[in-house]
Design a protein around this ligand. Structure first.
Ligand SMILES: Cc1ncc(COP(=O)(O)O)c(C=O)c1O
Length: 396
């Protein structure tokens, strides 16, 4: 058996993490890993979550299974957070999922049952795990151009032209906000154009919402989903609580669907339960239970929103400070785009050799496509970082 297996492909980010850990330099800098870090480089448990966990510890009296679809109260809270209070909830359903990744997978499995012939379209570039994760559900993936590296913004013409080639019923994967890895988001009017095209060509949107609250704000970051929900007959959303509730290892997310009417929503939801049952049977409970408390308790909800807003504002501040340092040191405005982009990531236009030099000579670790984790930027060391980056740019 095992002798017939191929060698596993190395995961670039995990390999980078291992190399960073093994580096003994004290001034090394990790800009690679995709988790939020505070000003001292920690990824703390949020206060609101800690408090909800204390409540759980004191009150939870069973660890019996919940159900394949998870807690209906958690799901209702997530639907309100993503689709908004005013959404037509009769057509919307959700299942508690194993993080955003689990939501993506069970939704992809469900859609495969509805339209076995549909292909999927993902942005180029996209979150690298989209490719194996969605391919594993049996899809042929196509890419649409997304990023204009010259301006640091969305290549909207390229995106629209490419999606013209999709056939009716094909599934388009869209990042709801804070695009990973580019940080370039569609503007309001660009969303309108994409939705027009999706509607006209009868495409099916799968929205990946992994960073709600990291871009323009909790409500603002859901506008893309809410706009689509108003205009389109059906859609699905894979929401993650990993980043905005800091629950990474607890594996919390929601797989949501909006159908044409209540009967279709109920049927699809029942089938989604079957997909989950056949996959991992039941979702984990602890993180979702803590999330439900945070989302539904007025005081805890306010605490959490403040903590989330602090994280968002910190990342905006870091973006501004870094782009200013780059402006000074490079004597150009070519890095101004970093201050305009959204969320936890941006890309630097660095070659493999330049990235290697940054790692070897300065202990600066950046993923191979030049993606940096904005939350990892050093508050007190922006000029030093900008100097290092400019030195490798000049050498080339
Ligand atoms: C774009 C995107 N989607 C989905 C996920 C999945 O997050 P998780 O499964 O940890 O909730 C991530 C995590 O990095 C992501 O960046």
């Amino acid at each position: 058996m095992f002798e017939a297996l191929p060698e596993p492909k190395a995961d670039a980010i995990l390999a980078l993490m291992a190399a960073f850990r093994a580096d003994t330099r004290t001034d090394k800098l990790d800009l690679g890993v995709g988790i939020y870090k505070d000003s001292v480089g920690k990824t703390p448990v949020m206060k609101a979550i800690k408090s909800a966990e204390e409540t759980l510890l004191a009150t939870q009296d069973t660890k019996a299974y919940v159900s394949p679809l998870g807690s209906s109260d958690f799901c209702a809270a997530m639907i309100s957070q993503v689709f908004g209070e005013k959404a037509d909830k009769t057509r919307i359903r959700a299942a508690q999922s194993v993080g955003g990744s689990g939501a993506l997978r069970v939704l992809a499995d469900l859609l495969k049952k509805g339209r076995p012939d549909a292909d999927m379209w993902v942005s180029d570039p996209t979150w690298p795990n989209h490719v194996p994760l969605l391919s594993a559900a049996g899809y042929t993936l196509h890419t649409y151009p997304y990023y204009d590296a010259a301006t640091g913004s969305v290549n909207i013409e390229g995106m629209l032209n490419s999606l013209e080639k999709a056939k009716a019923g094909d599934i388009v994967v869209l990042h709801g906000c804070c695009h990973n890895p580019t940080g370039a988001d569609l503007s309001d009017s660009q969303w309108d154009k994409v939705i027009d095209l999706v509607e006209r060509k009868a495409l099916f949107p799968l929205v990946d919402l992994a960073y709600q609250g990291f871009g323009d704000g909790l409500e603002e970051d859901a506008q893309s989903v809410r706009k689509m929900a108003q205009r389109l007959p059906e859609m699905v959303v894979a929401a993650s609580c990993s980043k905005n509730l800091g629950l990474y290892r607890e594996r919390v997310g929601a797989a949501m669907l909006m159908a044409k009417d209540e009967a279709e929503a109920t049927r699809a939801h029942g089938l989604l339960g079957g997909v989950i049952r056949a996959n991992y049977s039941m979702p984990p409970d602890h993180g979702a239970n803590a999330t439900q408390i945070v989302l539904t308790d007025t005081a805890l909800n306010a605490t959490w929103r403040t903590e989330l807003e602090d994280m968002r504002l910190r990342m905006i501040g870091l973006r501004q400070a870094f782009s200013e340092a780059m402006r000074k040191r490079s004597n150009s405005d070519r890095f101004d785009y970093i201050a305009q982009q959204k969320g936890m990531f941006s890309r630097l236009p660095l070659t493999t050799e330049q990235l290697q030099t940054l790692r070897d000579d300065f202990g600066i670790y950046i993923v191979g496509d030049g993606r940096i984790n904005v939350a990892g930027l050093p508050e007190a060391g922006m000029d030093k970082l900008a100097d290092a980056i400019c030195s490798v740019l000049v050498e080339s």
